[in-house]
Design a protein around this ligand. Structure first.
Ligand code: HMG
Ligand code: MG
Length: 285
């Protein structure tokens, strides 16, 4: 059976939306539990402004202290030069740049236009390539924007193609506010796959309206093999006006994929422990 890669985004996309910031010790313990589950990648945190996202302050300390299990990629979000320098200072090898298919969302989220975000990325990408970092690129609002409404698939394809052109190794398509349906996901992927190879794409579903599993199943049917999810359905984006509720829960994704014959080697006991750890601390509901 073909492999599916799971990217656990709970420690970043999950915890950035928690009402109470988790302590550095809890973030480290959570990631160490996740490392026993056999994810392909774990998003450790982000090197963004702590004034914008206080929950992600001290990601440097978290990154330094976690146990790094060989074979797992430990990645961090980086918005600008200051973030990239801070990430490299502590040895981060896998970074994620993030922009959106919506101008309005980008302004709220990273305080710049889509074009300006690509101007920002140019020197970051040069630096990343000089240091052989792996770079994931995120596109937010691939279906709908909380401020501007529906987004055209061609607009998403344009942004995804630009991320590919500047050298991103993988592009994650974010249904930030969970408005996707299997039909719109299919239309989206048809447009994006015309300009970005399927093997370079990941799907990142928020579960605001309970559609995420159906949307992921459609993406898998169309050949997507990299899925983002968050343990306990933690999360959301603080700049989506309260509409980016939880990420799709890792537990549900794993169960669904298991039923479909994928992820046979996933450590279910370790997942239970990580899941219980989240349940005891979750505050964003
Ligand atoms: P800005 O205010 O335009 O930046 O924010 P600035 O350069 O003018 O700096 C303002 C202050 O921030 C300065 O401090 C800087 O030093 C500091 P001051 O002089 O006022 O004391 N600063 C930083 N501090 C630490 N690390 C940094 C950094 N950069 C500046 N890297 C900026 C621009 C991009 C920094 C800001 O908008 C920001 O941090 N945004 C991050 C927002 C965010 O993290 N959103 C959530 C992640 S995206 C997401 O969740 C979607 C995704 O999951 C996919 C999906 O679901 O769609 C990926
Ligand atoms: Mg997200």
């Amino acid at each position: 059976m073909e492999q599916i890669k799971l990217v656990e985004v709970g420690p970043r996309d999950g915890l950035q939306n928690e009402a109470n910031s988790w302590s550095v010790a809890d973030r480290i313990a959570f990631i160490n539990l996740l490392s026993q589950c056999q994810f392909s990648e774990i998003e450790v945190g982000s090197f963004v402004s702590p004034k914008w996202v206080p929950q992600m302050a001290q990601t440097d300390k978290v990154f330094q202290a976690i146990e790094k299990v060989p074979g797992i990629r430990y990645s961090c979000l980086v918005p600008n030069q200051m973030g990239l320098d801070a990430a490299q200072e502590v040895g981060v090898q896998n970074i994620s740049l993030f922009t959106a298919a919506s101008e309005a969302f980008n302004q709220k989220n990273i305080n710049c236009s889509i074009d300006e975000s690509f101007e920002r990325f140019k020197p970051l990408m040069r630096q990343a390539q000089d240091h052989h970092l792996r770079v994931r690129g995120y596109v937010s609002c691939v279906i709908e924007c909380p401020y501007a409404g529906p987004i055209m698939p061609d607009q998403v394809a344009l942004v995804a193609a630009k991320l590919l052109a500047i050298g991103c190794d993988e592009i994650s398509l974010g249904d930030t506010i969970g408005k996707g349906t299997p039909d719109t996901i299919k239309t989206l992927l048809t447009a994006v796959c015309a300009v970005v190879p399927l093997q370079k794409l990941a799907i990142h579903c928020h579960d605001t309206y309970g559609n995420a599993i159906d949307n992921i199943s459609m993406a898998i049917k169309l050949g997507i093999r990299v899925i983002d999810s968050a343990m306990g359905g933690l999360g959301g984006c603080p700049y989506a006006g309260g509409q980016a509720k939880g990420n799709v829960a890792t537990e549900t994704v794993v169960k669904t994929l298991h039923q479909q014959g994928f992820l046979q080697d996933f450590n279910m006991d370790a997942m239970q422990r990580a899941s219980a750890f989240v349940a005891a601390r979750k505050t964003n509901i």
